[in-house]
Design a protein around this ligand. Structure first.
Ligand SMILES: C[S@@+](CC[C@H](N)C(=O)[O-])C[C@H]1O[C@@H](n2cnc3c(N)ncnc32)[C@H](O)[C@@H]1O
Length: 253
């Protein structure tokens, strides 16, 4: 989008609070770790502060943002500065490569997927599908026509997966998801009125302050007058939902 800040600028802003808000959700982690199989050496690309890095394996992290590298907790896996589309490792260095909620920032996602597949025998990517339309997540479907522009020009999730022959499976997101990624509060709509919740994801920074102000004002009105509940009441008691989250797995073993 015009005037959109770079990923580096966004994460310089988000990094100081990232590790406390974007914590590892156990249900998502179980799916990622099961998909890693018996891999012992793992590369985590776009690693951020280390969410979802298994602690019982030999992990190497890659993260281009200096602020995010600095925000990694003490004892986290070693972290190298690099970009997904140009990984400084020889072919087949790792048993598995993983990327969690990162590839929407990569300059060339398909080149990034191919790099993961080059340096590792198994690839596991967790992401949510931002090309779906009408999107299953009400905030995008009912409030954010601008969202389509964020995904415009990028390969779809299916195209990214197909570039490395990966399978795609849905990952239901629990109603109490511990990781504050953008659609995680699908069943807790008031959370989107909290500036601290919005500040923990890159989407709002990329949409800009005018869109953020309009959407939060409209959502506040719809929650107060019952409009949101008339449309979405069933979500308030659902234990989990498919809001487009997907696991992509490629295995050559
Ligand atoms: C939403 S965070 C996800 C961090 C972590 N994987 C997690 O699940 O909490 C996205 C990360 O992708 C990183 N990133 C941005 N551009 C990248 C690139 N070209 N290659 C690899 N990572 C990138 C960002 O700096 C950021 O740390």
């Amino acid at each position: 989008m015009p005037g959109e800040p770079t990923s580096d600028e966004v994460y310089a802003r988000i990094a100081p609070t990232y590790a406390t808000r974007r914590t590892t959700d156990p249900q998502i982690a179980a799916r990622i770790w099961a998909a890693l199989g018996d891999a012992r050496t793992i590369l985590n690309v776009g690693a951020g502060t280390g969410s979802y890095e298994p602690t019982d394996r030999d992990v190497t992290a890659v993260e281009p943002s200096a602020a995010m590298r600095e925000a990694r907790p003490p004892g986290a896996a070693p972290c190298i500065e690099a970009s997904a589309d140009d990984l400084p490792f020889a072919d087949g260095t790792f048993d598995a490569a993983m990327a969690v909620l990162s590839d929407h920032h990569w300059p060339d996602p398909v080149a990034g997927y191919r790099e993961l597949a080059r340096v590792a025998r198994r690839v596991v990517v967790f992401q949510w599908d931002n090309h779906l339309g009408p999107h299953p997540f009400w905030l995008i479907r009912d409030y954010l026509p601008e969202f389509r522009a964020l995904a415009a020009g990028k390969p779809s999730l299916q195209e990214r997966a197909a570039s490395i022959d990966a399978t795609i499976t849905p990952v239901p997101i629990p109603s109490d998801c511990a990781d504050a990624f953008f659609p995680a509060f699908w069943g807790r709509p008031e959370a989107y009125l909290d500036p601290a919740v919005r500040a923990s994801t890159s989407v709002w920074a990329r949409l800009g302050p005018d869109v953020e102000a309009r959407v939060t004002a409209q959502l506040a009105r719809d929650l107060a007058d019952g409009t949101w509940h008339r449309r979405n009441a069933a979500l308030l008691t659902a234990p989990e939902a498919d809001i487009g989250a997907r696991l992509m797995v490629r295995s050559t073993a």
